[in-house]
Ligand binder design. Structure first.
Ligand code: GLN
Length: 390
């Protein structure tokens, strides 16, 4: 067989698929891959079902259904004070994953550099590298995940085309502070770099923390591509509806890639999400309150088992240091062991780093648990882990 594309042929299946399959095989509770364990809001599902029956069901406009594009513009004005023209500044994609791919394909050339902040979401690296660009990484360290702006400044070069900023951040649960965002923004302006804002967890932020978008900072409006996802905002991860906001010229560029990646996205889901984005403040507040209670339940439970639990301010995830349990193997071994023997699955953090010789700088002691599950399921998980480690 002739070799395939060098970026993809060297990869295995994603860590999320690997651990979900293993959880299934062992009948373990899956606290690995990030998804809620219920069906999502009935109102949205009813609207999507109705839209499938009444139509339209043929190709929607490539940029997205006007209803959803208007709702995205209204949402960005309501939550961030951004003045967004829906016709020239919004785009609907098949999930944030597609939006990210569109951005990399549309903005990067071979020889460019893209800065990724480790630990980063798994799709960034292969998609950056598939364009021929080089990923330059800057690491954050547990337990505070603070961004060292001097280290970041040293990562920029005259080849830097873009930086990806994921806040709230998967897998760390970090919410970037305004000072950090301002520091990144200053560097992006100095080096004339684009900023891809992966803000899929924008509404999953817990008390004490506040999500800010860099797009609203002075001088950043035309330099940022903001990406969000109905998967997280409406607890419907299988729907794969993403949306993008960017200034007209930048959006036009991103759309050049989108039109050949998927061209468009299923209309019924778009209509339901358009309705969802227009809901009152109580919807968004309840989403965060519910998840915050689940975060607390699992964080306390894991601490009682003996994990060193790192505070999570947002997302579906909490990370833990397994050294606290006296475990000396790798994070991957640990996740396999608890899946097979304790009946609870989790995700190792090391796959969220760029592979490098000797693995220098890649921690092997951090494990991520997903808390977007029913309270009884979280309680049972803690019970099983206590029984295994106790
Ligand atoms: N974002 C999800 C997570 O971090 C996984 C999505 C996927 O499986 N590709 O768990």
């Amino acid at each position: 067989m002739r070799p395939g594309n060098t970026v993809f042929s060297g990869l295995g299946t994603t860590i999320f698929s690997t651990m979900s399959a293993m959880a299934m095989e062992h009948g373990a509770i899956n606290l690995g891959q990030g998804f809620p364990d219920d069906e999502g809001p009935a109102e949205l599902r009813e609207r999507a079902a109705q839209a499938i029956m009444t139509g339209p069901n043929q190709y929607p406009p490539s940029l997205g259904m006007p209803e959803l594009r208007k709702a995205v513009a209204d949402h960005d004005r309501r939550f961030y004070g951004l003045n967004v023209d829906w016709q020239s500044e919004t785009l609907v994609t098949s999930g944030a994953t597609e939006a990210l791919a569109d951005c990399f394909l549309a903005l990067l050339n071979a020889g460019d550099e893209a800065i990724l902040i480790e630990p980063f979401y798994d799709s960034y690296l292969p998609m950056v590298e598939a364009t021929g660009a080089r990923a330059v990484t800057v690491g954050l360290d547990a337990p505070y995940w603070d961004l060292d702006l001097e280290v970041l400044a040293a990562a920029f070069s005259d080849k830097t085309k873009l930086i990806v900023v994921n806040t709230p951040m998967n897998p760390t649960g970090k919410v970037f502070t305004k000072a950090e965002l301002q520091g990144i923004a200053d560097l992006a302006q100095k080096h004339d770099a684009y900023v891809i804002l992966d803000e899929v967890y924008e509404h999953l932020v817990y008390s004490g923390a506040a999500h800010e978008t860099m797009m609203a900072l002075p001088g950043m409006r035309d330099r940022c591509v903001r990406i969000a996802s109905a998967g997280k905002t409406f607890s419907l991860t299988g729907w794969k509806i993403g949306y993008v906001t960017a200034a007209p010229d930048l959006l036009t560029l991103v759309n050049k890639a989108h039109q050949f990646v998927t061209f468009t996205t299923p209309p019924a889901f778009q209509l339901a999400v358009a309705w969802g984005l227009g809901q009152g403040g109580a919807y968004f507040q309840n989403l965060a309150t519910d998840l915050e209670q689940k975060r607390d339940l699992l964080s306390k439970g894991l601490a009682a088992v003996g994990f060193d639990v790192v505070r999570s301010d947002g997302t579906y995830f909490v990370t833990t240091d397994i050294a606290g349990l006296g475990y000396n193997g790798t994070d991957l071994d640990f996740c396999k062991e608890i899946t097979a023997n304790a009946g609870v699955s989790a995700i190792p953090v090391s796959p969220f780093y760029k592979p490098r010789d000797g693995g220098i700088g890649i921690p092997r002691n951090m494990v991520r648990f997903c808390f977007s599950k029913q309270p009884e399921v979280l309680e049972e998980s803690v019970f099983r882990l206590k029984r295994y480690f106790g």
